[in-house]
Ligand binder design. Sequence first.
Ligand code: BGC
Length: 461
Amino acid sequence: MLRTSTLSALVFLLPVLTRAAQPLYGQCGGVGYSGDTTCVSGATCTVLNTYFSQCLPGAATSTVPNTTPNPTTPTTPTTVTQGPTTTLSTVAPNPTWTGAPPAVSGNPYTGYTVYLSPYYAAEVDAAAALISDPTLKAKALKVKDIPTFTWFDVIAKTPDLGKYLADASAKAQASGQKYLVQIVVYDLPDRDCAAYASNGEFAIANGGEANYKRYVDQLVAEIKKYPDIRIVAVIEPDSLANLVTNLNVSKCSGAQNAYKNGVIYALEQMSSVGVYSYVDAGHAGWLGWPANLTPAAKLFADIYKAAGSSPFIKGLATNVANYNALSASSPDPVTQGNQNTDELKFINAFAPALRSNGFPAQFIVDQGRSGRQNIRDQWGDWCNVKGAGFGMHPTTNTGSSLIDAIVWVKPGGECDGTSDTSAPRYDTHCGLADAHKPAPEAGTWFQDYFVELVRNANPAL
Ligand code: BGC
């Protein structure tokens, strides 16, 4: 039992403690959070998802209310800041949509300059400012010149797409180059059904399918304003792969129809406005197992056909947010038992199966965090794996006619999931021995991990 004098000292201290502003990248709101909601000077409390608001670099455009929203009853926030504040150039949106140009038959990246995400650039700038070693800082800053996908992981971020497209459009006009913006569509209801770390804002039991359509429609509305900008989208990481291997998990079996309907809707709508889509297809250590390849090929081909076999549905994205090599010089020991030991072997085995099911899929492959191999205790370890490094840089010079581009989809430095065992989205994978700890919430900035990726980059930055 506490002595009275200790108690009164605590009571005296409390107001002082709660007044301290949260540091850059500190938590400042979200489900279950009861701490300080203000940020140090130069940072703004920004809603990243219903579970987490974070102090991100930049001046406030509005304040985030100190609420803990119910994750199952999302609203459309209209007053939140969306990530680091950066000044973007702009052009007037196209007043009337006159339809998408026909799909190109070849590689959609050919002839295009890939837009650099200002959101990520601001994260990297702020991260580099915290690094004192000048050599390491210079290396860190190079990352912002490497194109990385922008994730739309909550409906509140959809208006930002218009801002990025306007900025890309202005850059295209100023330079005479054609611009391509890379996005991730990631807001299915009952998201991340076999894990906890990235559970999303929409619940199937609470209008999730309709909310998801509204989310897709809002992206489409922004895209229609800038028909001069080409867009490549990765569609719904982990979703269909979970339907191949995780139907024993009740949340996944319960989400089956919503996931299929949602992905088909996203593909149809993206195709209708000329977006080139690559549906997420797990990785070699997931769907690459021989027993999974055949059912996976059927599922992905069925979805492709149900979405109208549009020529804008280019194919599949693999290794998103994972660590596999494109082509390993020697197999990582954790791959034992599977002949498809890297992404190229997986793709070479998967593509013919997809083709025989009627889906002539091309591929893009995430290599953003694949610079160092043999770092996992198990192939299935996915959360902030220790010792990872930035990998091969994005290129269309892929060495494989099946692979349109090597890309960076997961923004290196954004977290995979919290290691806080008491958090609602704690997943045991984020507490494993090979997971970097302590880790903040999924999608939020993880400074130590970013520094590790920079240090271990291969090729070196
Ligand atoms: C998180 C998202 C985030 C994405 C990219 C996912 O694991 O759930 O919130 O946008 O990673 O960092």
